[in-house]
Design a protein around this ligand. Structure first.
Ligand SMILES: *Cc1c(COP(=O)(O)O)cnc(C)c1O
Length: 418
């Protein structure tokens, strides 16, 4: 059997784990241990030489287990499995999506550098960029999904700091209205500003569509970032994050992770491995169910507009259609819609839901609904809200694995209460 030819979902139960090393247990145990016993002092010395980069790995040599801040079987096996979905060389798992994002940004930027990012990004990322990075003298410049490559390059040139552009960070589709950003266009901007002395790193927060429906590395991204709290964890019971990329870049990310100490613990690693076994079936089902829900919403007289990628080929412009068909293999399971009215009507709807829970977060097995304007996007500047159609009448729904007819019945009775 050639494992390298198999689909990732076939390997999520076994890849990277040897039962014979764990008393024959079919599942990888939770290695709830802080440190690992060396067989000999010489072995310990050789492990540390690799861990601290004091020498190169010999042919076939792997880093041995040292201490759970550096490595742990639950993390290493999980990281190897996550690599399969994105076609990445290496992966680092973190205790939250925010620690994955902030660690990557801190590793690849220094004072005086410029960051280009799509707006709006996740609230925590936005805060990190506009408060912490600013304090570290790292400036940033934003762009919207509607901006063209020429406009963005002109805006960077106008700052006079194009030579200090070191990182481009994007989220696509943009939360909450599913605006599409062209990863290949961003890779071209990256190439435009890359020089021999200064590479530009393109990172994509793939939380909304990954790791099943969008694979940013294949479109020219250098790093893929996840809040594994969302689809990867998928059960709304764990906070975690991941960063994936080439061996060289991930060596740097893992180096900083070792010294910040924000790696995930073994229990988190074990939970995520369990989640990965059902990732494909969960996400496929969520996408199928979302289509029914979106169709229902579109035809409801109390709904003004539905923001759902499955409608792009009907209602999108040429650019949107082209990006969608090139970059995505599914319309996903995130839907936003404008209710006729404003905050009052939106709140009446949200307060009347029974099966669908009123909560932020997304990607879990249970469906969730929220009000971006006053909740997840409360902090977003008015200009971004206007461009992104984030208004008082907007509701965001993350579709779970419930039967579509029950979700629709819940939505129907809640819309009737308005
Ligand atoms: C939730 C989320 C994050 C932050 O992840 P945490 O696991 O909560 O730290 C980052 N980006 C996106 C797009 C998210 O949805």
């Amino acid at each position: 059997m050639d494992y390298s030819k198999m689909q990732p979902e076939s390997l999520m139960m076994s890849y990277g784990y040897k039962p014979s090393l764990s008393e024959g247990a079919i599942k990888c145990p939770i290695f709830q241990t802080s440190t690992f016993v060396f067989n000999t002092a010489m072995e310990g010395k050789r492990f540390f030489e690799l861990a601290y980069g004091l020498r190169e790995k010999e042919q076939g040599e792997e880093l041995g287990l040292i201490y759970s801040r550096l490595n742990n079987p639950d993390l290493e096996i999980l990281e190897n499995r996550l690599c399969l979905w994105d076609g990445a060389e290496d992966c680092a798992v973190f205790e939250s999506g925010m620690s994955a994002i902030s660690t990557a940004m801190m590793e690849f930027m220094e004072p005086g550098d410029l960051l280009l990012y799509s707006r709006p990004v996740y609230g925590g990322t936005d805060h990190f960029i506009n408060h912490f990075l600013k304090k570290m003298k790292i400036e940033s410049i934003g762009f919207h999904a509607i901006d063209t490559k020429e406009e963005i390059i002109a805006r960077i040139d106008a700052t006079g700091k194009g030579d200090r552009l070191t990182m481009i960070h994007i989220e696509t589709p943009a939360n909450p209205t599913n605006a599409l950003i062209d990863i290949e266009m961003c890779a071209e901007i990256k190439t435009h500003f890359t020089t021999a002395e200064k590479p530009v790193i393109l990172s994509v927060d793939n939380t909304y569509m990954g790791p099943i429906w969008q694979h940013p590395l294949k479109h020219g991204a250098d790093l893929v970032l996840y809040s594994a709290t969302k689809y990867i964890g998928g059960h709304s019971d764990v906070i975690a994050g991941a960063c994936l990329g080439s061996k060289a870049l991930m060596g740097r990310v893992k180096g900083l992770r070792t010294f910040l100490g924000n790696m995930a613990g073994p229990w988190t690693g074990w939970l995520l491995m369990r989640s990965l076994e059902t990732l494909k079936v969960r996400m496929d089902q969520q996408a199928t169910t979302a289509k029914y829900v979106a169709e229902y919403l579109r035809n409801h007289p109390k709904v003004e507009k539905v923001y759902y990628l499955g409608f792009i080929n009907e209602v999108g412009n040429e650019r949107e259609k082209e990006i969608f068909n090139r970059q995505y293999t599914s319309a996903g399971a995130m839907i936003a819609f404008d209710i006729k009215g404003g905050e009052k009507e939106a709140f009446q709807f949200l307060d009347s839901l029974k099966l669908i829970k009123l909560a932020v977060s997304l990607g879990g097995t249970e469906s969730l609904a929220e009000h971006p304007q006053t909740m997840t996007h409360a902090d977003v500047p008015a200009e971004d809200k206007r461009v992104m159609f984030i208004s008082e009448k907007l509701v965001r729904v993350s579709v779970g694995v419930e039967h579509y007819s029950d979700l629709i019945a819940d939505i129907e009775q809640a819309l009737n209460r308005i």
